[in-house]
Structure formats: C-alpha cells, structure tokens
Design a protein around this ligand. Structure first.
Ligand code: SAH
Length: 361
C-alpha cells in the first residue's frame, strides 16, 4: 500500500510539523509551499533549491497527487467542466466560469450527497463518499494548471465556490482545512470574500464553522416558509428556517462578515409567486442578506420546470421594492450539463457512452 502523504492536504502548520517530523528545518516547508502554490510545480525533482537528500526523502515519503481528469468539456459560453476520478466507478466534477473581471471555480466536496433535495440531480445518485482535503484543494490546483497558470503569471481562478457536488458542511473535517489552504498567504492567498461555502442549512455545523473559519457563507433557502422548504430541502425538517437564520446572523457576528447570500432556485408554480417573494422579504428585510435567484436547471426525470422570465423579474422586483438585495444568477454551461444542480459525476449514462467502459477499468 502507498503510504505517502499527499502534501496538497496539509495546511501550513501541518506541513511544517510534517517537515520537522521528517527531520528537516521549518523553512523547508515554506520553500515547498512556494514551489507548490506560487510556482505551480508538483515535481520534487524540479524544486531546485531544495537539498538533494531532502528531495529524495520527499520522493519516498510524500507526493503531490492531483485528481485524475477523466473528461474535459467546454461550453459555447466559455464555461469549462472537468470530470475527475474518485475511484474505479465514481467521479466528481468541477466547473470553471470565466467572467471579464474574475474566474470562478465551482468545486465539489463529496461524491454524491446525502441530502436529497428534490430539485437537485446530484441527490439522485445518493451518497458515495467524502472527498479528502487533498482532493478538494487538488481541484483548485489542477484547474489553475489546466487554465495555463505559469510561475509569475496570473492565476485564472480568482474565486472559489463550494457549490459543486455534495454538502460541504457534511464533510466538515476535510473542508475546513481546505478553506485554510485556499486562504493562507503562503498558499493560494485568496481573500475571504472570494471563497464561498454554500450549505443547505446544517445548523450545528454553521455554529462550528463560525469558530474556525471566516469564508463567505451562502445558504440554499429556496422557500419562504417551513411547509414548502420541508418538501424541497428535507434537512429543513430537522433545522427549520428560523433556526437556520439565527445561525446565519451568528456567523456574521462572529466573523465580522458583510452579508449572507441566500440562494433561491426558481421553480415554476412552486416557489415563484409574488406572495412568496413578499414572505421572503419579511424574513430578510433589514438583515445583512442578499438573495441570489437561480433559474432552475432541468435534468432527466425531474418533475420541476424553470420559472418564466416574467415570474423571475417580478419576484426580484418584489424583493427590491422591500429593500432586499436580489440578483439573478446567469445560467452558464447548460449545454455541457455544468449548470447548478446538473452535476452528476457518474460514470454511467452520457459519460460512459462517450468514453467507453475502458475509461474506468
Ligand atoms: N449542498 C450545498 C452545495 C450545493 S450548491 C448547498 O445545498 O448549498 C449548489 C446550488 O445549486 C445550491 O443552492 C442548490 O440548491 C442549487 N441547485 C441544485 N439543483 C439545482 C437545479 N436543478 N437548478 C438550479 N439550482 C440548483
């Protein structure tokens, strides 16, 4: 069995501890980090200012292992999606969304999901496993490389959102160190406002997160009342809206954050009426909150339809009129099944058809 440690999974203090335990001085950890994160070099032999015997030791005891790309696709609108191998039969996905002033990478935290939100295609595949910290961080490292990052150049990934497959707070143990690596100035050095964790509302974990992290928080609300939210986001039966909102305000207080983004998928005839917009504004008016409306992205077998454009704009106007900030998320990458809620990462169906069964043996 390969017992080498994957350095991409170690936040700076742990990397330093590992280097010391291996008998080297702490500055070696900083050198390593510089090669890894500032220069984008994964090959120990190319890290020329490291002592030769240290490099040999690294080769024997450590590795920089990136997720393996199974399939890469590019949308007409420039959005890119990569299918990454998790194990023999399962894969996960990441999506890069280029914009004029930034490049956002949407990463996965789990293979599959336990939460069973009725409008999400990831839910349909059930839960397979948590991604490791190295697999989470590896997505950002890999995307930068695939997008042409070179030493001294600009990184293309300027923003990271945990909005891919999985519920990040259900994989707390691996996600929190990953956020530390994304933020740390010796690593990716992203500002806290450029790393967003999206949760369906795991209330106890939001309180825990407030103690250890200060990333931006997004919450998948999707309904203005418990009765409807119980059916769309079943975790609501355990942690209802009032409890969830309390946790959000607590997070902002603790972390001195500006606002929480509330995601709201627009489902035709389900949650998109003007009365529901008014109910939503009653929950959020006067609070440090932004609503991000997401036109529903259909997938095979779904019973939902996307709200009409008229309903979407009407809903937004109702919110704005009541002083609630609201934006409509532009759908990107739909032609390659890369849009919100369309990530499946399964090896069967469409993907296998294109790849042939060999790809996963
Ligand atoms: N589990 C986390 C992270 C997923 S983020 C969470 O629930 O927040 C992905 C966002 O896309 C969530 O807000 C999710 O509710 C939304 N979404 C899921 N399925 C969708 C679909 N079919 N169309 C549009 N948005 C969807």
């Amino acid at each position: 069995m390969d017992t080498r440690v994957n350095l991409l999974g170690l936040p700076p203090p742990e990397l330093e501890a590992w280097v010391q335990a291996a008998g080297s001085r702490p500055f070696r950890a900083r050198q390593l980090q510089h090669w890894l994160y500032k220069r984008g070099v994964a090959d120990f032999d190319a890290m020329t200012d490291l002592a030769k015997d240290f490099r040999a030791q690294l080769g024997a005891q450590a590795e920089v292992k990136l997720p393996e790309i199974v399939l890469a696709r590019q949308s007409e609108d420039g959005t890119r999606k990569w299918l990454l191998r998790a194990d023999a039969s399962q894969a996960f996905e990441m999506v890069f969304i280029p914009e004029t002033d930034r490049g956002t990478l949407c990463i996965s935290s789990q293979v599959g999901c336990v939460l069973d939100c009725t409008f999400c295609s990831t839910a349909q595949q059930g839960f397979n496993r948590n991604l490791t910290t190295a697999e989470i961080v590896g997505q950002v490292w890999l995307a930068n490389r695939e997008l042409g990052f070179e030493p001294g150049g600009e990184r293309r990934v300027t923003n990271v959102v945990f909005m891919g497959m999985g519920e990040p707070l259900a994989n707390f143990r691996n996600v929190v160190p990953a956020t530390q690596i994304l933020l740390h100035d010796a690593c990716f050095d992203l500002s806290r406002r450029r790393v967003t964790l999206s949760t369906s509302g795991l209330v106890p974990q939001i309180y825990k997160l407030a103690e250890v992290s200060n990333v931006a928080l997004a919450v998948s609300l999707h309904a203005p009342d418990d009765k409807l939210r119980d059916t769309l986001v079943p975790i609501n039966r355990v942690h209802p809206i009032a409890e969830l909102l309390e946790a959000c305000w607590h997070y902002l207080d603790e972390q001195n954050g500006r606002s929480v983004t509330f995601e709201y998928v627009m489902l035709d005839g389900v949650n998109d009426s003007p009365a529901q917009a008014r109910a939503l504004s009653q929950l959020l008016a006067g609070r440090p909150a932004k609503v991000n409306m997401i036109p529903f992205n259909p997938f095979p077998g779904t019973r939902y339809r996307r709200s009409s454009d008229a309903a979407i704009w009407r809903f937004r106007d109702e919110l704005l009129q009541r002083g609630v900030m609201a934006t409509v998320r532009r759908t990107r990458g739909e032609d390659i099944d890369a849009a919100c809620g369309q990530l499946v990462g399964r090896v069967q169906d469409r993907t296998t058809a294109r790849l042939g069964a060999r790809a996963f043996t």
